[in-house]
Design a protein around this ligand. Structure first.
Ligand code: SF4
Ligand SMILES: [Zn+2]
Length: 555
């Protein structure tokens, strides 16, 4: 399926043709009725006196297409078409209004999601959907999946089309986080992994490379840089060899399916690994500097809302767990999963929407400040769900419930500064916590309104944990695992405007603080796990190239 095994003569002409064809079908293939509707919609947008994102959203609802709303991609493509054909006069202001997309870029980096080709997964989890057209656990009609399938799971074409879509809706695309999803990454053949990452980078670079190393080298100074590379895998597939492999690919963040912190539940659901294996994977990954995102599933077979509350608390009370980020995937009973048989025998009951809301609200409140709760629901197309909640706006309902009760989630996502100007910034604060392999410092800076303007994750690993990784260059080093400064995506090298967080030199300030603290803690070196496209940033800040990390001597 798709372009695997790699076709070395994959001509760029063919790629260009397929790309053009895709755009012809997806962005500008509209019926005459839709074209007329688009014209009315754009005229209405142009007639607005002061345009806010909510106005655009309202107009998109007022002028729908046959099966839903027009996408902003389509609006922009249509506007160009109307201007080219003389039906409208080009006005950059109107284009800007059509491009309005207020939330997507706010965390400072644009994300491009790429799915791997269908491939078996070593897992046999009873809740996991099987769809032969898709990599394990994905349904063919989820948005990312439709796109991936259209492109024959070709990483180059998928990346290219996402970049173009981002630009069409007005995004800067100079800082790209690549999110590689699908089944168990570590189970794919290594040459497929290498080829896959190379082709994603080729798309960012705009030039073909002969090897992964070459693509990485070009990307270090490319116009569209990779500032984060994420894969998802199983805890029992993380070992010393895999950690080294991930680092060589340029991976910076690993999503691990933990699903539960209870061996009984893991076994009942045929997860095929234990909690201890999750702890070991986390210890190894953390000691090697990776950012760790866990997936956790409430409502698994054998769980109750009460047991799930206890289980959620374990994520944070167990020093062996304590992830940096978390995605909650409430178990959804989908027709493609084996779990349906348990349901039919009356041995499994999905939670009601109310039970789910109460549980997730409590989970939010239990989340510590150093963690980011990336999502609490998975958007599964309704027709797949056999029984249980199909509510699609759970996040908002939970948010409302929490405010009504005077409670709040203090996770990173809920405190991010989100585009507002950061006028006065406070001093660097630190949250410290123990892990199974050392001590963690979450260095953070807040705005005067109490929002999070930036943070840095600093690990003080024990010598034992460092030795475990087998990575010689980390010996005696404290590790910067993440530096994140909030603000809208602004193109690299552009000087800042206003007081937006990304331009206040906050990254440099956090790095200085990390250096001082590492020195004070007795470390003689500071290592940073750097994405390919951020290497030059650290080189500028006095770090030197190591083999897999950038290192600074602390004298
Ligand atoms: S490991 Fe993940 S992808 Fe594989 S069967 Fe289990 S849930 Fe599905
Ligand atoms: Zn939160």
């Amino acid at each position: 399926m798709g372009a695997w095994p790699p076709v070395t003569h994959h001509s760029s002409l063919l790629i260009a043709m397929r790309t053009a064809e895709w755009y012809a079908r997806h962005e500008w293939a509209v019926t005459p009725q839709e074209e007329a509707q688009l014209l009315r919609l754009i005229e209405a947008v142009a007639a607005l006196r002061a345009a806010r994102p909510s106005d655009l959203a309202r107009l998109l609802r007022r002028y729908p297409r046959a099966n839903g709303q027009f996408s902003k991609d389509q609006l922009v493509a249509a506007y160009h078409h109307f201007c080219e054909t003389g039906q409208l006069r080009f006005d950059p202001d109107v284009l800007r209004r059509l491009q309005m997309k207020p939330t997507r870029t706010l965390s400072g980096v644009a994300t491009v999601t790429v799915l791997t080709r269908p491939f078996p997964c070593p897992g046999a989890c009873i809740f996991c959907p099987t769809d032969v057209r898709m990599p394990k656990s994905y349904l063919h009609d989820e948005p990312g999946a439709i796109r991936a399938e259209y492109h024959g799971f070709d990483p180059y074409l998928t990346t290219l089309s996402r970049l173009r879509a981002l630009r069409n809706i007005g995004h800067a695309t100079d800082k790209i986080e690549l999110l590689i999803l699908g089944g168990t990454w570590s189970y794919y053949p290594e040459d497929y992994q290498t080829w896959f990452v190379q082709r994603c980078l080729d798309a960012l670079n705009g030039v073909e490379s002969a090897s992964l190393a070459e693509a990485q080298h070009v990307n270090e100074t490319a116009a569209q840089r990779n500032v984060g590379l994420v894969i998802e895998t199983r805890p029992d597939y993380i070992d010393v060899a895999e950690v080294g492999r991930l680092r060589r690919l340029g991976v910076t963040r690993v999503q691990l399916g933990a699903q539960s912190c209870d061996d009984r539940i893991l076994e009942l659901n045929q997860r095929g690994h234990t909690v201890e294996q999750t702890r070991q994977a986390i210890k190894l990954l953390r000691a090697a500097g990776f950012k760790i995102q866990l997936h956790w599933m409430p409502n698994l077979l054998g769980a109750t809302p009460a047991s799930d509350r206890v289980d959620y608390q374990r994520l944070w009370s167990d020093p062996g767990l304590r992830p940096d980020e978390l995605k909650i995937y409430p178990n959804a009973l989908v027709q493609e999963a084996e779990l349906v048989q348990w349901y039919e025998r009356g041995e499994f009951t999905p939670y009601t929407t109310d039970e789910l809301i109460d549980l997730l609200a409590d989970c939010k409140v239990m989340t510590p400040e150093y963690a980011r709760l990336n999502r609490i629901v998975r958007d599964i197309p309704k027709d797949h769900i056999v029984a249980g909640s199909t509510a699609s706006n759970l996040r908002e309902v939970i948010q409302r419930q929490l405010s009504a009760e005077g409670r709040a989630c203090r996770c990173i996502r809920c405190r991010e500064v989100r585009g507002e100007s950061a006028r006065a910034l406070g001093a660097v604060g630190a949250i410290e916590y123990e892990t199974s392999g050392g001590r963690e410092l979450f260095l953070n800076v807040n705005t005067d309104s109490g929002k999070l303007a930036g943070f840095l994750r600093l690990s003080f690993p024990t010598a034992e944990a460092t030795t475990l990784t087998g990575i010689g260059e980390l010996r005696g080093a404290a590790i910067v695992r993440e530096v994140h400064v909030y603000g809208p995506v602004v193109e690299l090298g552009q000087s800042g405007t206003g007081g937006k967080a990304q331009h206040s030199g906050l990254g440099a300030k956090l790095l200085r603080e990390a250096e001082e603290r590492a020195r004070a803690a007795g470390y003689d070196r500071l290592a940073v796990i750097s994405a390919i496209g951020t290497r030059h940033y650290y080189l500028k800040h006095g770090f030197q190239r190591g083999e897999l990390y950038l290192i600074k001597a602390l004298k």
